[in-house]
Design a protein around this ligand. Sequence first.
Ligand code: TYD
Length: 432
Amino acid sequence: MNYDAVIFDLDGTVTESAPGIMKSVSYALNKMGKPVPSEDVLRKFVGPPLHKSFMEFCGLTDEEADTAVKTYRERHAVIGWKEAVVYSGILPMLLSLKKNGAYIALASSKPLPLCEKTLEYFGLLPLFDRVVGPDFQNKSGEKEYLIKKALPDHYKNACMVGDRKFDIEGAKKAGVTAVGVGYGYGSEEELKESGCDLYAETVDDLSNLLLGSAPRAKGMFITFEGSDGCGKSTQMKLLKEYLLSCGARLTVTREPGGCEISERIRSLVLDVKAMGMTDECEALLFAAARSQHVKDVIKPAVESGKIVLCDRYVDSSIAYQGGGRGLGSWVKVINEKAVAGCMPDLTLLFDIDAEEALRRRKNATGADRIESAQSGFMTDVYNAFMALSKEEPERIKVIDANGEIEQIASRVRQMVTDKILTLSLRSEKTEG
Ligand code: TYD
């Protein structure tokens, strides 16, 4: 790896935070009865210390700028900070840096509690060894001071990654390599003129520049399971949106299906017209579709560092065909080849009471062949899922799916971020 200590700027480097910042600057100026500048000028507020920007771009006095910063924070601290997202690819890059034992810190001109809150909201805080924001000695947030404070006691090669000239100038004064990124709010010209040592146009370029030929963190495989009507598809969609906002790279897929051949098997196996199908034929078709799906989609995605979210997987076969159809442990046997060693890192099993599930299923239209099975079938499926969760409590986490959607979503987010961290820290220990 090229660097053993990497210091990041926040806005425009880790997070795309312009919308919340620009709206909060406008809010402060409006409230003070000052004219609001154009979008182009507002955009310049992202990155540098606010106090300085209010004076430079809006002609405020030192005292007025103090008030403007306070007023800005009224809005930003409540809603503005949540209007950000992490740039796509930042999460796998940080996990790879951690896997290789790098020290990671943040040096931002934003108040420290806000930096921490933002990193925590996106599940990134535990990946940072140190987070530094301005303090009373450094009210205006001079970068050189922040960078020096963020550096570890010992390092061989340190760099500061930022998107504005303040980051580059600060890095040079602090005596570390200055890396400019072109995907943030400063132009390539600004970064090169201020003397950046290295320039990365995209997050992938940055990742290559920091990691060199060091091994990358593997991705992760998460499956969503439960009886029909448990609400897992809604939760998968919400988790997808959240993980994208955290800078993850994702593959979202489903079973049966997920690739061309398996989608063709899906239309056959779920077809209500295929009523004469034997239970064994059904189980083998699910396994056949899975085999192709693992090879074409799941394995390549995990190996390339992506997080795979899959709506149903082998546990559905064990519960529906093994439990519901009564085929028992033979289902595990035929699936061994199909999964080819590719088991989920985490399975979220949505547990809902039978009446609620039935109500939801009745509201949904067009039951497929499996959902049209006789009553009693769903109870066997449910019991098989529960038995599985007891056999593998580490992998299969049962989630109470009876509450409010947002409450359930928050539990799901917590479980997934915890798992991402334990996996990355574990691989650091075992491989590093
Ligand atoms: P789908 O429309 O995806 O339903 P859901 O939204 O409930 O997941 O249909 C998949 C159906 O196939 C569902 O009833 C469960 C069943 N199934 C099995 O019986 N075995 C399996 O291995 C899989 C993957 C699904």
